[in-house]
Design a binder for this molecule. Structure first.
Ligand code: CTP
Ligand code: CA
Length: 221
């Protein structure tokens, strides 16, 4: 009985997760996007719901089933993702920013399909809003416990630490993009101001449990 109850380590907590890539239109048929299956974010949403939380998942385009008990909001662009996140922040106690948000978007999307018989287009890019940094910068009364990811191909700990400070997050999950992408498994470095802990290689479901147990510990303090 004790085991059963202790499994609900996020009982009643309100959790907001972003997952998947964003898609930034170039024209009606072409997009700028990131490589992301959405699997790690969906596993975090699934595990949070299993642990008793009320979970909202803001998902960019990805071909995954909605986990049981999770409220899913589908978005395409970073601006739409930001709108959905800001709209759902009130009451949120834990924000996990797993999405591979496109850092840039085309300055304007063509209304009509571009033709290859025309000259190759010069696409001017403008910066997208940084959703994690925006949440991190909120004043403490509105700010949920905030966890970001850092997808890196090298210098994992150094870059994760920098993102922790720059984005004012409470924790950054560093992962080696080159090893995790497209895989069922993941190896992470969980970085907070108290230290760094590595976990894995493990299934993305086990990684989700590791991250959420740490978050629950911090929320309970
Ligand atoms: N993120 C975000 N909004 C953006 C870009 C990133 O919310 N426009 C979040 C991601 O969800 C992730 C964290 O910021 O939790 C780090 O994303 P990452 O791409 O690793 O870092 P960037 O700050 O975008 O820097 P760079 O891509 O240059 O490494
Ligand atoms: Ca980025």
């Amino acid at each position: 009985v004790i085991g059963f109850f202790s499994e609900k380590y996020l009982r009643g907590r309100r959790v907001l997760v972003t997952a998947g890539p964003t898609a930034e239109p170039i024209d009606p048929v072409r997009i700028l996007t990131n490589r992301s299956s959405g699997r790690q974010g969906f596993e975090i949403a699934r595990e949070a719901a299993r642990a008793g939380a009320s979970v909202t998942l803001v998902a960019g385009p990805c071909a995954l089933e909605t986990p049981a008990g999770v409220t899913r909001i589908d978005v395409e662009t970073a601006q739409e993702m930001r709108g959905a996140v800001i709209g759902h922040l009130p009451g949120t106690e834990l924000f996990v920013s797993v999405a591979a948000v496109s850092d840039w978007r085309p300055a304007s999307a063509a209304a009509e399909k571009l033709r290859k018989t025309d000259a190759a287009p010069e696409i001017r890019l403008v910066e997208n809003p940084d959703i994690l940094a925006e949440v991190g910068a909120l004043s403490p009364e509105f700010r949920p416990y905030t966890i970001g990811f850092a997808a890196e191909t090298s210098r994992l700990e150094e870059r994760a630490r920098r993102k922790l400070e720059v984005k004012k997050a409470d924790a950054i999950v560093g992962n080696r993009f080159d090893l995790a992408a497209g895989s069922e498994r993941n190896t992470i470095l969980y970085v907070t101001r108290e230290g760094a802990e590595s976990f894995g290689p493990a299934g993305k479901d086990e990684v989700a449990r590791f991250i959420l147990r740490r978050a629950a510990g911090a929320l309970g303090r």
